[in-house]
Each structure stands twice: as structure tokens, then as C-alpha cells.
Design a protein around this ligand. Structure first.
Ligand SMILES: [Zn+2]
Length: 315
């Protein structure tokens, strides 16, 4: 529902950002459909925000007025947390998320702690930078957790905004990439981006998987991935929400296979993904929508009618 609300005022260490673009994430859909529950309602969703710094709260000095910045899902971490500043700071129990614990980017303005905002690579315009901030970042962490460096073949389940970025990173690292998806549109897109094989989750792929990442909120798919996995493989379930994982035979996990989740990301993940994005360089595919059409964008994401990422563009 489009509503007029007061412009937010930056608190200490916060910056106020005038938003130009915000990408749409599956997590926003889970929030809007009541599958996961934000800190308060009504809330402004959106956590892949691009805009310019317009105002500085007291003590905020990292970014100049007018600087372009991005805001990801990771909104704030407790400095007293035992994991603060480590590769596991995403596990902080007091962690806050943009558009979930705070108002997010389906709006004209947002305020955020300057230590959780990022300069963006110049090679990306605003709408093409936006999907890097969650689709890219969570995909990158899931890919690292899949121990991709140990094997040759990666399986990707679900081919939305995250997977279309992860495929490009894996290809850059010279890995063989097999894509499992039902959507014809997504199959075509995976082939166009250089997937070595594309099929549906119940088709037998031509190679065993050394690593797999599932981006679909469907627990059954991680069992499918284990069925096609090599000994010692790692399967990562990257969703923030999922249907239950069915019971499966121990033989599917034996021979030191690992099944794990990926949860959110660290600041290091964000920075490394942004650095990698300009180095490769990644090509994000976007379909743009006006802010007033956010519900249509969410429906298009839900029904796999978007190639790559849906992005809201502010006037
Ligand atoms: Zn997201």
C-alpha cells in the first residue's frame, strides 16, 4: 500500500539517504505474505538500497553529502557480540536487518548507521548496483560456504536474482555450473549466462555435484542435491525461510557430505562481493518498476516472471 509518511531524521552516527533504487528480494515477499515476522508493522520493506547521502546525524563523517552509497540486509551488529568483526558476525543474536527491524528502501528516504553503508563500484549505475546488495551478497556467502574451491562442479537450485549473479562468479572461478530450475524463462537465462547444463531438479545431471546451493524456499531440493552429490560434497540451503526438509536415507549424507544453511552476511561479505563485482565484472540483469508498482514487482518475483532482479526506481 502506497502511503505518505514523515521523512526520517538521522540519529547519532546515521546518515539520511535519498533513495534512487531498491531491488526486490524474495525475503520481502516472505515478509509481505506473513511467512516471517518483522519487528513492527506496518513496516517499509526493502534492503538493497542505492541512493545519495543527504544529511549526516551527529558524529557521522564517513561519507560526504552527495556521496553514492548502498545499504544491504545487514543493518547493525552489537559491538559487544563475541562474533563482532569476525567472519561469523552474521550470527550475532542482536543483529538487525534493513526493512525488517528498521524501515527499508521501498521509500524515498532511509536512515542507516554509516558503518553499515558502502561505497558502490562506479561501473554500476544505480539500478544495476542494487541487486548486488542482497542477491549478490547472500549468494556470495552461500557460494563460499559451499566450499566451491575444493571441487569442479557446482549445482544451483532455483535461478532468480541470486543465482544469476552466483553463476557468473563461479564461471569466473572456472567452475562447471549445473542449473536446476522449473521456469522456462530461467532455463533460457541460465543457458545465456553460460551454464554448462540446465535441467529440472528431478533430471539426472551429467556430472556429480561437488558443491550445491539451493536458493528456492523448498526443503525437498536439498535432498535432491544430496542425491546427485559427490562424496565429500557440501550442500548449502540459502533461504531465510523454507518448507520442511523431508527425511532422507543416511546414505545420502554418508561419505562426509555436509548439509548446512547460509544465514545473512557479514560486512566483509558485502565488501568482497562489491570488489568482485567490478573485477569480473558482473552483469546484473534488471527489470525496473516504479515505486507505486512494488506489489506488481513482488508478484512477478513470486511467479518467476523476472529474468535476473526486479528493481524499484524512485523518481
Ligand atoms: Zn534479500
Amino acid at each position: 500500500m502506497l502511503n505518505e509518511i514523515a521523512d526520517p531524521t538521522p540519529r547519532a552516527n546515521q546518515i539520511r539517504i535519498k533513495i534512487s533504487a531498491c531491488a526486490v528480494c524474495h525475503t520481502d515477499l516472505h515478509i509481505c505474505e506473513g511467512e516471517i515476522h518483522p519487528a513492527f508493522l506496518p513496516i517499509v520493506p526493502g534492503h538493497q538500497i542505492v541512493g545519495v547521502v543527504e544529511q549526516q546525524g551527529s558524529g557521522a563523517h564517513r561519507f560526504a553529502i552527495g556521496a553514492r552509497v548502498g545499504v544491504p540486509w545487514l543493518n547493525w551488529i552489537d559491538a559487544d557480540c563475541k562474533w563482532f568483526g569476525t567472519d561469523r558476525e552474521n550470527l550475532c543474536e542482536n543483529i538487525r536487518f534493513t526493512g525488517f527491524d528498521t524501515n527499508g528502501g521501498y521509500a524515498e528516504y532511509v536512515c542507516v548507521d554509516e558503518n553499515f553503508a558502502y561505497a558502490l563500484p562506479d561501473a554500476f549505475d544505480d539500478v544495476h548496483a542494487a541487486p548486488l546488495l542482497c542477491a549478490g551478497v547472500i549468494g556470495y556467502r552461500a557460494l563460499r560456504l559451499s566450499e566451491i574451491e575444493r571441487g569442479e562442479t557446482l549445482g544451483l537450485y532455483g535461478f532468480g536474482a541470486s543465482a544469476h549473479i552466483v553463476l557468473q562468479i563461479a564461471r569466473f572461478w572456472k567452475k562447471r555450473v549445473l542449473v536446476f530450475t522449473r521456469s522456462e524463462l530461467h532455463k533460457q537465462n541460465a543457458r545465456a549466462l553460460g551454464a554448462d547444463w540446465v535441467g529440472s531438479a528431478d533430471e539426472m545431471p551429467p556430472y556429480k555435484l561437488d558443491s550445491a546451493v539451493n536458493f528456492a524456499p523448498v526443503g525437498e531440493l536439498v535432498v535432491r542435491a544430496l542425491e546427485w552429490s559427490e562424496r565429500g560434497a557440501t550442500v548449502v540451503h540459502a533461504g531465510v525461510h523454507s518448507t520442511p526438509i523431508p527425511t532422507f536415507d543416511y546414505a545420502l549424507l554418508y561419505h562426509e557430505r555436509t548439509l548446512r544453511s547460509a544465514a545473512n552476511s557479514t560486512r566483509r561479505d558485502v565488501q568482497e562481493l562489491l570488489d568482485l563485482a567490478s573485477k569480473i565484472p558482473l552483469r546484473t540483469q534488471v527489470t525496473t518498476y516504479a515505486l507505486a508498482d512494488a506489489n506488481r514487482a513482488l508478484q512477478d518475483v513470486k511467479h518467476s516472471r523476472v529474468s535476473g532482479a526486479a528493481v524499484l526506481q524512485m523518481k
